[in-house]
Design a protein around this ligand. Structure first.
Ligand SMILES: [Zn+2]
Length: 175
């Protein structure tokens, strides 16, 4: 498994490349920006949140780290629930959206109690614009797919190197 730094470099490169490529393909600046931001954010919403000691896990505040710690207990490292293509991303995005909804509902209730009317939906709920949210999700899925591809490639390379070492050790022993 590659460490946090190769994943960080890869997601940043993906974001930087996706922006001009998206614009050249004729997509809107807003959409392509949301896609690139999603790709960058995928580093923090990483499949490696299933490991409490991973760099993305430690990057979250203590409260949210507890949430990801709960996911760590629910899934084994690199299971399809965390490292499965699309499904892993959708699970983490769903958790994040649920947390966002809880914050939105809490602010709405507090605002209703204090001001007498709900002011939260006018600004907090407007943070999510549906088409841009879809682009952001696509960026996260692209970043996560790159992460999973890198994990596969590193595992395959490691297996190949271990096999080659074993073969050379056994051939040396046969001499
Ligand atoms: Zn991983």
């Amino acid at each position: 498994m590659p460490g946090g730094r190769p994943h960080a470099k890869a997601t940043l490169t993906l974001a930087l490349v996706s922006f001009p490529v998206g614009l050249a393909a004729g997509y809107s600046v807003h959409g392509v920006s949301a896609l690139a931001m999603g790709a960058v954010f995928s580093y923090w919403l990483s499949p490696d949140l299933d490991l409490r000691q991973s760099i993305p896990s430690r990057a979250w505040c203590r409260c949210l780290n507890k949430v990801w710690g709960w996911t760590e207990r629910m899934m084994t490292h690199r299971s399809f629930l965390s490292h499965g293509l699309i499904i892993g991303s959708l699970i983490r995005i769903t958790i994040l959206v649920l947390l966002y909804t809880i914050v939105l509902a809490s602010v709405s209730v507090v605002a209703f109690v204090v001001v007498g009317r709900s002011i939260a939906p006018t600004w907090l709920s407007d943070l999510i614009k549906w088409p841009l949210f879809c682009w952001w999700v696509k960026g996260i899925i692209a970043g996560d797919s790159l992460h999973v591809a890198m994990d596969w490639w590193y595992s395959l390379r490691k297996k190949h190197e271990t096999g080659a070492k074993r073969r050379s050790a056994s051939s040396a022993g046969n001499r």
